[in-house]
Design a protein around this ligand. Structure first.
Ligand code: FDA
Length: 537
């Protein structure tokens, strides 16, 4: 990294003055050193916000999706850096490391536990909001996408270039590319194409030495690790190159809902028997939520929402053959373009413009606690009945099933760190939600979802009870204050990564032995034992 001429120090100092920087009482020297370091390691003006800057809170709040992780009592960054050039990221990493400050990088801010903007010791937050260029190439059907872009922007840009190209990633358009791709990333095309991280073909990333690495310079081990192992354990990802996938000009969507009184239990039991074996062009997601029936009694609604990569004329015979119990009819089906189906799955079903996908305000912002599971055997009807009982006793609650099978069966568990492949019928996401008024009783809601999760134990994957990194759950365990250890981390690491955890630890030990890139569930490096041997402590 080049040192800047002194004139730039003067420019930066003037900038710092202009934002009325007053060091926080707790760490004035560290902050001052950090700022001086930044000014001497950047060729240009680095936008940053201190706690006394009037825009600090607006920037911090801008992409936070889970308000549970944002309260007065929760620690905030000493400084927020919003880089505009790659050299700003390099300087921030270099200086945070030099002055022993913790570091968090945030792209879309959708982390379930706020890991991109909360830390338990003084920290600098790098907010990638200005890094959102997307360059789609129809020559080799690829795209370079910067980490701060949201999925909606990516899908929009692809569709602008071609109606025959798409990308396999999550449903919610306001998710950030940076965190989502580095943890896996799945949505309606997962059965046809696998997860987003399966399609990363190159990357630009700043490592702990402040260097920019690409696939060619980082080596295949590190390139493997950041595709599903969580980028935050390894560096600050600037951008990914992805290979795009083929979509037909016409796709079909439908949604069919049943309450318990209408036979939802039997239908859901049947769903579990067929859903991972359906044609890979057909994806049927389930949403489960409490509702009120016509008689005014509480019940459960089970909604089946589907994407078929083709027209309704092909879909209807297919579904009649493979899942006739669902009773789908031609009146339920809507043909549209792939990009319109993206809007449909994001809940925009009233003819909204595709420009809606460019709105960066978090779509589902609220207070919530999430958890996840993977199901390998159909849950029996008695098990579902017990689940309904639990849900009806509780809170505002949502549950989603995302089916696997298809392409997911063909990709090996160790191809990338995301290991949840063959043998999984579907992924479960549990979400307990509450309002701001209810937030003083957050503990009650969290206790309730934990009880429901305990109830599900006999019906889901075991040894380990697997979980999905992108539905981060600190109940599975956490690193101690500023420390990580293999023996602690293996408890949640084996749930998120199965046998890939050990390889992730080896990569971490090699590329970040000092453990600069860490958070409550980061990959630990092995420590040097007394006899000069690396130990699993
Ligand atoms: P955020 O910025 O909070 O980062 C998440 C993690 O990644 C943090 O540890 C952060 O430090 C790290 N990180 C972020 N940017 C980085 C960078 N540039 N370099 C290195 N590390 C970086 N998932 C899914 O697979 N399918 C789905 O359909 C959905 N749907 C969904 C809906 C809603 C409403 C939410 C809140 C979440 C989802 N998710 C999901 C989960 C989502 O994939 C997960 O939360 C991602 O980590 C979010 O990535 P962001 O960049 O938005 O988060």
């Amino acid at each position: 990294m080049s040192r800047s001429p002194s004139i730039l120090v003067a420019i930066l100092s003037a900038f710092l003055f202009s934002i009325s920087w007053v060091p926080a009482a707790s760490n004035p020297v560290i902050q001052s050193n950090f700022l001086q370091c930044l000014s001497s390691h950047s060729q240009s003006f680095i936008p940053l916000y201190t706690r006394t800057n009037s825009s600090y809170s607006t920037i911090l709040e801008s992409t936070i999706d889970n308000l549970r992780c944002y309260s007065l009592a929760i620690p905030k960054p000493l400084l927020i850096v919003t880089p505009k050039q790659e050299s700003h990221i390099q300087a921030t990493v270099y200086c945070a490391k030099s002055y022993g400050l913790q570091f968090r990088v945030r792209s879309g801010g959708h982390d379930y536990e706020g890991q991109s903007y909360v830390a338990d010791s003084p920290f600098i937050m790098l907010d990638m909001t200005n890094f959102r260029d997307i360059n789609v190439s129809t020559e080799d059907n690829s795209a370079w996408v910067q980490a701060g872009a949201i999925l909606g922007e990516l899908y929009y840009k692809i569709a602008q270039k071609s109606k025959y190209l798409g990308f396999s990633a999550g449903l919610c358009p306001t998710i950030g590319v940076g965190g989502h791709f580095s943890g896996g990333g799945f949505g309606p095309m997962v059965r046809k194409y696998g997860v987003a991280a399966d399609h990363i073909v190159d990357v630009r990333m700043v490592d702990g030495k402040g260097r920019i690495l690409t696939r060619a310079t980082m080596g295949e081990d590190l390139f493997w690790a950041i595709r599903g192992g969580g980028g935050a354990s390894f560096g600050a990802i600037i951008s990914y190159k992805i290979s795009l996938v083929a979509v037909p000009p016409t796709v079909t969507v439908f949604s069919v809902s049943k309450t318990l009184e209408e036979g939802a239990t039997k239908l859901l039991y049947r769903y579990q028997q067929v859903v991972d074996k359906l044609h890979e062009d057909l994806f049927i997601r389930v949403s489960i939520l409490p509702t009120t029936n016509k008689s005014g009694n509480k019940t459960i609604l089970v909604a089946f929402t589907s994407l078929y990569l083709g027209g309704s004329k092909e879909l209807l015979p297919l579904i009649k053959k493979s899942f006739p119990e669902l009773g789908v009819q031609s009146k339920d089906c809507k043909e549209m373009s792939w990009i319109q189906s993206v809007l449909y799955f994001a809940g925009y079903t009233n003819g909204e413009s595709i420009d809606t996908l460019l709105n960066r305000t978090p779509q589902f912002r609220g207070y919530f606690k999430g958890k996840s599971d993977f199901v390998k055997e159909p849950i029996p009807e008695t098990g579902l009945e017990g689940l309904w009982k639990n849900i009806l006793e509780g809170d505002t609650f949502l549950m989603f099933f995302v089916p696997f099978g298809g392409k997911m069966n063909e990709i090996s568990e160790s191809s990338i760190p995301f290991p949840h492949r063959k043998g999984n019928i579907y992924n479960i996401q549990y979400v307990a939600r509450w309002t701001e008024q209810e937030n003083p009783q957050a503990g009650k809601h969290i206790a309730w979802i934990r009880k429901l999760y305990d109830y599900m134990a006999p019906y889901v994957s075991k040894n380990p009870r697997a979980a999905y990194l992108n539905y981060r759950d600190l109940d599975l365990g956490r690193n101690g204050h500023g420390e990580t250890s293999y023996s602690q981390a293996v408890t949640w690491g084996s749930k998120y990564f199965k046998n890939n955890f050990n390889r992730l630890v080896q990569v971490k030990t090699k590329v970040d032995p000092g453990n600069f890139f860490r958070n409550e569930q980061s990959i630990p490096p092995l420590r040097m034992g007394a006899e000069g041997v690396l130990v699993n402590k």
